[in-house]
Design a protein around this ligand. Sequence first.
Ligand code: HEM
Length: 502
Amino acid sequence: MDFLLSTPLPPIAISLAVMFLLGVIFLGKKQNKRYPPVAGTLFHQLKHRRKLHHYMTELACKYRTYRILGFFGYTVYTADPVNVEYVLKTNAANYGKGYYLHNILYDVLGDGIFSVDGDKWRHQRKASGSQFSTKVLRDFSGEIFKTNAVKLASRIHEAATCGKSIEMQVLFLQSTLDSIVKILLGIDLDTMSATNNENIRFANAVAYASGSIIYRVADVFWRIKRFLNIGTEAAIRRNMKVLDDFVYNLINIKIEKLRKSEEQYEQPLKRRDFISKLLEAKETDPKYLRDMVLSFIAAGKDTTTSALSWFIYMMCKHLDIQEKIAQEVREATGLNNTSSADEVAANLTEEALNKMQYLHAALTETLRLYPAVPMNARVCFSDDTWPDGHSVRKGEMIVYQPYSMGRMKYIWGDDAEEFRPERWLDGNGNFKEENPFKFITFSAGPRICLGKDYSYLQMKIFCAVLLTKYIFKLTDETKVVEYRTMVTLDIKRLHVHAFPRV
Ligand code: HEM
């Protein structure tokens, strides 16, 4: 959604004026049904584009459920858990990604799990869900997260030794990409060390394609530009070629290896990465596997990076909490400040990680206030009426708002805007789950995030290693850290200094 910052205003203003008039004429007809109040237009969203989530939160506080008039009619926004539960669970069959979102995302995600509905979605959810619930993949992932946490610590060590400021979000982006690619394909990209040019080219293409494809939402000419192969569309095509060549090459190598191993041995070779597991389960269509890989990269990389970055920001703002977590990790692992990053990582057993209830609570509290996906959309397939009495029309875009919902006093109480991990702990200091339609950061219902447990595993391992070794402080304490208005809640810049714990 960075398009809101970059699109020239006058043509949009003219289009909107026309759309607004059409909206008033065609949609303003007398109806018996009660529709959500119209709280603004796309003009207002453009005006508040740099602080869009603040603006949407103000509206959500006032109306809970409301409409915004845009290019082609209304978009319905809701921050009401009762409506969110209805859309994502009770009547989930009536809401989906639809033709519109599928079309926009197709060049990158293809028919991957993220952008499809119905049988295509069901098949992939079952196939990937059963792999993601195995101990083999979980153990494999745990090892990868530990290796990358140690690499991350060594990059921080280099900067800390010479007193250099560190851009944490960039480091997290590299380490989460390295992790997810290794889990999916079993190869080391190692973008953190930047040792292989082809891998770096792939990493850059991932960043470009996944970041720019969504700009199509605001560009009514994207199809023409795509047809003519000009502008951003030409760049997307160039980057997609890099992505496709890279991923298809690896998939074809895997298919060939599997075929050979089946010919040579009675039992296929035991491999632990996700795609090898799918191949063993007879999912052998290269296009299906390619769409799966790119969808999981898109789902897992920027989200976890955003969460980790905001967590470090919260730690810098709350040094007492940072210290409390370091102490918890020391107690759970039986180590002290002098232990190396390798030793800390090696001691992060499942049992030790389970003991880190306060760390789990602090990560969840971060995700409540800074949800990696601040707004999330569905298309309404047929006219419907929600539990709060508001009606929605077929074809309307429905947006639920994790960012706003995380800050609502009526959901979280008067201290909703405070960072207070304790709200997630019971009397014994154990983490207590919340209603998933209230804490909606990972979505909920049948399409709840498939990687939720993996992301917690990764975040806990990274944070446990980093916080036992270093104290993090903002490079400029006076600077307010802001978000970028995009699909994920990226931090604009997060510069920190790391000081070794002694
Ligand atoms: C802090 C980290 C993460 C957050 C906040 C997060 C959040 C979300 C959200 C909000 C959705 C729903 C998207 C929608 O309905 O359009 C989702 C779906 C999904 N997530 Fe995550 N995610 C995270 C990490 C991950 C990771 C690490 C993976 C992979 C290992 C992953 C895999 C998926 C998949 C496959 C889906 C699609 C599920 C479906 O449509 O059935 N996520 N995630």
